[in-house]
Design a protein around this ligand. Sequence first.
Ligand code: GDP
Length: 314
Amino acid sequence: MMEKDAKIYVAGHRGMVGSAICRALEREGYTRLLTRTHEELDLCRQEQVEAFFAQEKPDYVFLAAAKVGGILANRDAPADFLYDNMILEMNVIHAAWQNRCRKLLFLGSSCIYPRMAPQPIREDSLLTSALEETNEAYALAKISGLKYCAYLNAQYGTDYISAMPTNLYGPGDNYHPTHSHVLPALIRRFHEAKEAGAGEVVCWGTGSPLREFMYVDDLADACLHLMQTYSGSETVNLGTGEELSIRELTELVAGVVGYTGKILWDSSKPDGTPRKLLDVGKLEDLGYHYTTKLKEGIRLTYQDFLAHPVRVER
Ligand code: GDP
């Protein structure tokens, strides 16, 4: 059990996931959260990471730092996605182990599973066939992090766990016009079209791929739940177990934002994997079920979008 006064390091606390984990920890009464901005600590620099861990010696680590991006960003910069994520993960997990961190939760992504994995995707389909090409580099880095945790457990008896979230959305997302994920991209595009009185909005691909979305505060609750209840080297899927087509998603977002014009499709943009639904049976057996329905989550996210200046990352 994680004690309320344990020293807990949240790596990536300024990101959408890390900030939601910090909110959840504070709400639950954890008092000793440890965070560092990118300027204070570059997680891709091994000597900086080692010095930080040697000095602070956190009891628990949530590893939510990563270089992330949508389908085009991943397709266009595979070398950067592999290198940055691999180095960062290895540095943090290794330094945690060297400094006797009691438990670490490594966060990956559902894109680690084979493109043609049977749906809904179970944890044991990992490494059974080829990956989706558009995010292979990111997936390889995440699989390496997951395996490094598992190998440390096997070789040194650590209690390092990993979890693979489905597509996430919520406050603090990245609204880059081309490099963001689909949900923030749609919020921004429909909002701008509404403001401009535009009659048409162009979305990517064919609209037929199926995706699952989880609100980031639900994800954070699930992460705390795992830290408190789960040990084991097999990863745990984090999702809702529910899916919809990208076309249905566009209609939902347009409705929340109040955009009433036409929606067109640019099929020269990639669709990505046709379907990506997680089997969340293991998470539910561990006692967690999501709470925020998609429409309500989009409404909360749009409110956050309106309340803050648009956040744009590379
Ligand atoms: P993925 O789940 O790894 O494929 O990542 P994305 O969230 O980037 O894309 C999900 C799906 O939404 C893909 O089929 C995209 O082609 C589609 N999509 C439609 N419009 C957009 C958009 O404006 N931005 C992004 N990122 N995807 C879009």
